[in-house]
Design a binder for this molecule. Structure first.
Ligand code: ZN
Length: 567
């Protein structure tokens, strides 16, 4: 090691005098900038986490930009402290501050610059890089140079100082086995890989990439669902023996003959998307796209772009122009679930699509003609949302031209056996299994259950039952209602005759007396449920989540049951 080179830079007294510890205020100052003392090992942990979360490429970019910003700040200081900026001495404030901050010891090899003409060439050696220490400690010897923050700093400092983009590259690094680190800096345009180098210094909008990926996944999902549609059509057309559901089918068939906008209302899980798809498949648009969107699953500030598309550069991170769901549904049908969640701006655009059949992408001024059949759905009262000012009245009237109410499963229990058959077939195929179906006692239990989660809950239960049951065995009741096996969490119990009743709580809630009461006073099931809920709420001082846990049900189920009591 060349010790002379190590000591080329004299102790910068003018810089040291700029450091102030203001203990009373809890502040450290470097001239007029507030600074922090941070543990190097904590930087090491952060770096490790960044690599684990973002991968090496992104972590490197992040650290480089971190360094770049800090280099720019220091160059600002350099210009104030040593105003003769054409001298080496003024430029060396950067390397000196690097050492002063404990990041690396810098030795000057070559420096040749001219601020006026913009010529620049610099070579430095680095010793004792803190990044080498933390990288070796966490990851061992690297394949490529790893002084990311430091190299970003060198580029940021020099760029600010020179008033043009200067890029430093680390050509040797102690982190990958070299004796010491060695860096070379030149104007960006003199590097053959200029574009790639500059790219690393640009902010990286990972959120936009995530949305692009989600867009691809939803396209894939839609094409998969399209392939499944015959069975879903079957579901819609054949699984509906109850009067309540036949009425729905009748309305939907009527609607499918026209292009009227349809509003589906019903509790969560009643199968609104299946109905919407049935409507689409029964219409003249059947061979065109059916696009389903759950408006509640998209962040409000992105919903416009998701639905109506976006023009490149419309907002930070919109790196590509892309079409929205409406354009993809052109000629076909779009299903907007939870339509109440639309932002005010998205509501306005939707209204225009419905009234005039045209729209613009976000940030674009080109008007596009659009021919989309809209099926909207909500499980909340839209009229009430209008009164509360959460939803546009004019849009509500446009959507509510043809309202269809889908009944909850408990009002169409005749359909349960057919639905069970449907889901058995679906999940037997999916899991490549063949159970003997649902036991009689279990079927009785399913028919007596109140189904707060509706068809979706039934589907989940059948899937679970199939997973838990061996081939050629019947799915038994405890696969559906596992809480029955835990005496402290009973929910429903089937009696010897197969009738399901809410169980009393055996512990904690004076449960046995409830069962006795039931027997003695002939309380009906609803009254019993009411008492159970009340006692659980009393016991937990009105905490719904705790009360739900006590009863072995989920919080939403508990809330649902409580609401049902009061209505
Ligand atoms: Zn290095």
């Amino acid at each position: 090691m060349n010790n002379d080179k190590l000591h080329t830079l004299s102790t910068p007294k003018d810089l040291i005098s700029q450091i102030h510890f203001d203990y009373q205020e809890g502040k450290i100052w470097l001239a007029e900038q507030r600074m922090l003392l941070i543990h190097a090992s904590v930087m090491g942990s952060l770096r490790k986490e960044l690599i684990a979360t973002l991968g090496v490429e992104r972590a490197r970019g992040f650290m480089m930009r971190f360094g770049y910003q800090s280099g720019m700040k220091d160059a600002e200081l350099a210009r104030k402290l040593r105003p003769e900026i054409s001298t080496d001495e003024a430029f060396l404030i950067g390397p000196q501050l690097h050492a002063l901050k404990g990041m690396v010891n810098v030795a000057l090899e070559k420096l040749d610059f001219d601020v006026t003409s913009g010529n620049f060439y610099g070579e430095f050696n680095w010793y004792n890089s803190f990044e080498v220490d933390i990288h070796l400690a966490e990851f061992g010897v690297a394949e490529e140079p790893i002084c990311w923050l430091l190299i970003g700093y060198a580029s940021g400092f020099s760029s600010y100082y020179m008033g043009k983009k200067i890029i430093f590259k680390e050509v040797e690094c102690a982190g990958c086995g070299d004796k010491h680190c060695h860096i070379v800096g030149k104007p960006a345009e003199e590097w053959p890989d200029q574009e790639e180098l500059e790219q690393q210094l640009l902010p990286d909008h990972i959120i936009e990439e995530l949305f692009a990926l989600r867009y691809e996944i939803s396209t894939l999902r839609e094409s998969l669902v399209d392939n499944q549609s015959p069975s879903e059509e079957l579901l819609f057309n054949s699984v509906g023996q109850s009067k309540a559901f036949k009425q729905v089918c009748h309305l939907i068939k009527r609607a499918s003959e026209s292009t009227v906008t349809v509003l589906l209302q019903g509790e969560t899980g009643v199968g609104k998307e299946v109905v919407a798809r049935g409507l689409h498949l029964g219409s003249e648009r059947a061979d065109k796209a059916f696009i389903a969107v759950n408006c509640a699953c998209i962040p409000p500030d992105l919903i416009e772009a998701e639905l109506f598309g976006v023009r490149k550069g419309a907002y930070t991170g919109a790196t590509e122009s892309r079409e929205g769901k409406f354009e993809r549904a052109d000629g076909g049908t779009i299903f907007l679930d939870e339509v109440i969640e639309l932002s005010p701006r998205a509501q306005a655009t939707l209204l225009r699509v419905l009234q005039e059949g045209e729209m613009e992408r976000v940030g674009d001024n080109r008007t596009r003609k659009i021919d989309v059949r809209v099926v909207a759905a909500t499980n909340e009262d839209l009229a009430q949302a209008v009164q509360q000012g959460r939803f546009r009245a004019d849009l509500f009237y446009r959507l509510n031209v043809f309202p269809v109410v889908i009944p909850p499963l408990r009002e169409r229990i005749e359909d349960i056996p057919l639905l069970i058959e449907h889901f058995l077939e679906k999940y037997h195929n999916l899991y490549n299994k063949k159970t003997s179906g649902v036991s009689d006692r279990a079927l009785q239990a399913l028919l007596s259950y109140r189904w707060p989660g509706n068809i979706r809950e039934l589907e989940n239960m059948i899937e679970r039952g199939i997973i838990l049951t061996d081939n050629n065995q019947s799915i038994e009741m405890n696969s559906f209602f596992p809480s029955l096996t835990e005496p402290t969490h009973p929910l429903h119990i089937a009696t010897a005759t197969g009738k399901v009743e809410s169980a009393g709580l055996t512990e904690g809630l004076q449960g046995s007396s409830l069962v006795e009461q039931l027997l003695q006073s002939k309380l009906n099931l609803d009254e019993l449920e009411s008492q159970l809920l009340q006692q659980a709420m009393d016991k937990t001082d009105g905490n719904i989540a705790q009360a739900a846990r006590l009863l072995g049900i989920t919080r939403p189920q508990m809330a649902y049951r409580l609401k049902k009591q009061t209505s």
